[in-house]
Structures are given as structure tokens and as C-alpha cells.
Design a protein around this ligand. Structure first.
Ligand code: SF4
Length: 75
């Protein structure tokens, strides 16, 4: 099973690293100071879209619930 994750709209990211700290397997701090999907999980190289193994669901969901601007979307 694969989990679809988006950082959308990524421009709204505050760069507070909350998702990076809660779920470092999936979210990284990128060069512009905002969060991106870790390279190995990106969809067609898109830094804001990922397909993640289902065993990372709980960490992705905790990041989504903790994002202060609510831009981490899990499907
Ligand atoms: S928790 Fe939200 S605002 Fe904070 S770094 Fe992650 S995507 Fe950006």
C-alpha cells in the first residue's frame, strides 16, 4: 500500500521544521528553508508530491495534524 502525500500549497510553508522533526523519513528541510518530500519518495521529481510506504502512515499523519498552516495533505 502506498500513501499519497502533498505539501500544498508549498509556498505557504512557514519553515518551522515541525514536520521535519516529527517525520524525518518523509519531510526534509530544503534549500529555500521550506519543507520538501524526501527525494526517494517524490513523484516525478516533484518536491511537493510523494508516494510513501504505508508503514510510515502514523508519522506522516502526525506531521499533517501538527502543521500550523495545514498544508500537508494525506490521501
Ligand atoms: S509543518 Fe507545515 S509549515 Fe512547518 S515546515 Fe512542515 S510543511 Fe512547513
Amino acid at each position: 500500500l502506498v500513501l499519497k502525500v502533498r505539501i500544498d500549497p508549498r509556498d505557504a510553508c512557514m519553515g518551522d521544521d515541525i514536520c521535519v522533526n516529527l517525520c524525518p523519513a518523509v519531510f526534509i528541510r530544503d534549500q529555500d528553508g521550506k519543507a520538501s518530500i524526501a527525494p526517494q519518495y517524490r513523484v516525478r521529481g516533484d518536491i511537493s508530491q510523494g508516494e510513501v510506504p504505508d508503514d510510515l502512515r502514523s508519522c506522516v499523519e502526525s506531521a499533517a495534524q501538527s502543521c500550523p498552516v495545514g498544508i500537508i495533505i494525506v490521501e
